[in-house]
Ligand binder design. Structure first.
Ligand code: SAH
Length: 403
């Protein structure tokens, strides 16, 4: 079981074919199953020594017996004590946030590969930590214990909640587990982003509770927002609440009633900030609503589009781009001259280039000229490793429609 991880003597070697070696030498940290020579006798979730096909050492990795990503590198040197390395990396990730995160008590503390901790995600929501384990190696009992103890020593949370994605556990052939408190008993808190308050409930919501990756984009979008605003795919109101102080009227649209109920509570929490302004929340299918509005002469000065990931894999790319184009085309038709479009994609498979091309084509079809104001990514607490393109998944374009 997990004990193999801490016993250096038990570390086995996995050889990698030249294609995998080339990938590692370019700075990537994944080796696909088809690129390993053999993993006979290697226990699921254990740490292994990695060499090229001739036996030259390439470093240490965590092995998954089930994922297509068989190896995730953790070091280009031998690692004698994985839990100690883990503690060190967690401490470094926390230090990094102290330098780059401002104006919030809700941010990602650990972003898997982006923090050299593949398979581990930790979000902070005020005094509650939300943790997600994505790989066999991070699920081992000794590893979990080291993670919890370092997080507790460094951040002193009131509680730590584990958010389980059943699909991920299934893909990693890990036994089913419930989402639950691992430490403490607090499950709800109020968090603040850019001076705006949000309710957080560990037991509810999507992702680990909110879309922390958009936090800096909320703030950026608010600079340019004006007039009548429509926040499409608004979830718990992240963009809408940030836009409201700058706009005369804001409407949020989402298909999830539960999300809109929280959005409404969030609006109530920020009454003072909103200066008594009411935000209208509409429960609807955004595709239907936009189609309806675009053909019935609804006009806006600011529109936000932040749909769920359309491309879950490379195969879905064309369909995803068609989906984005349809939404953007409709939004562009509804924007008044001088209007602001804030349009996002959180599909890694849709590159920034693909997305801009789609947007140019939508603008052409809508007979509008767009000027780019900002092309943005995910918040800095979701660090992008330049040599691991998969760590960059969010695009947020802010553009102005010509007068
Ligand atoms: N902008 C939000 C995050 C949006 S996530 C924020 O910053 O917090 C995507 C949202 O789209 C989810 O809230 C989900 O409920 C909603 N959604 C998914 N499919 C939808 C559809 N067809 N119509 C409307 N909303 C939809």
């Amino acid at each position: 079981m997990s004990s193999s991880i801490s016993i250096a003597a038990a570390v086995l070697t996995v050889k990698v074919y030249p294609r995998g070696t080339t990938r590692l030498k370019s700075g990537h940290v994944w080796v696909y199953r088809s690129d390993i020579v053999s993993a006979d006798g290697v226990e699921s979730g254990s740490m292994v020594r990695v060499t090229d096909h001739r036996g030259k050492a390439l470093g240490a990795a965590l092995y998954s017996s089930s994922s297509q990503i068989a190896l995730r590198m953790i070091s280009d040197e031998a690692v004698a004590d994985f839990p100690a390395l883990l503690r060190h990396r967690i401490a470094k990730a926390i230090d990094y946030r102290e330098r780059i995160v401002h104006n919030t008590d809700a941010y990602r503390v650990i972003f898997s590969e982006g923090d050299f901790l593949p398979g581990l995600i930790v979000d902070r929501y005020n005094d509650i930590l939300s943790l997600q384990i994505l790989t066999q190696a991070m699920d081992a009992a000794l590893v979990r214990a080291a993670i919890l103890s370092e997080l507790t020593d460094r951040l002193h949370p009131e509680s730590i909640f584990e958010r389980v994605d059943p699909r991920v556990r299934e893909l990693e052939s890990l036994p089913a587990r419930a989402s639950e408190l691992l430490q403490g008993d607090k499950t709800a808190a109020t968090v603040t982003m850019n001076g705006i308050q949000f309710r957080y409930d560990a037991m509810e919501g999507q992702k680990t509770g909110s879309f922390l990756d958009q936090r800096e984009n909320y703030f950026a979008a608010a600079h340019y927002a004006h007039g009548n605003a429509l926040d499409v795919f608004c979830y718990q109101g992240g963009f809408a609440l940030h836009l409201a102080p700058r706009c005369s009227q804001v409407t949020g649209v989402d298909s999830s009633r539960a999300a809109l109920e929280v959005a409404d509570q969030n609006a109530a929490l920020n009454q003072k900030h909103l200066g008594g302004k009411e935000i209208e929340w509409i429960e609807a299918n955004a595709f239907d609503l936009l189609k309806d509005y675009a053909t019935s002469n609804h006009h806006y000065d600011t529109i936000v589009l932040d749909p769920p990931a359309f491309a879950k894999s490379k195969r879905d790319l064309d369909a995803a781009l068609r989906g984005y184009k349809e939404l953007n085309l409709r939004a562009l038709k509804m924007l008044r001259p001088g209007g602001i479009l804030v349009t996002c994609s959180c599909s890694y498979h849709v590159s920034q280039g693909d997305f801009l091309e789609m947007l140019a084509s939508a603008a052409l079809d809508a007979h509008r000229t767009l000027r780019l104001i900002e092309v943005r990514g995910q918040s800095k607490d979701h660090p992008v490793l330049l040599s691991v393109p998969e760590t960059a998944y969010l695009t947020c374009v802010i553009a102005s429609v010509s007068e």
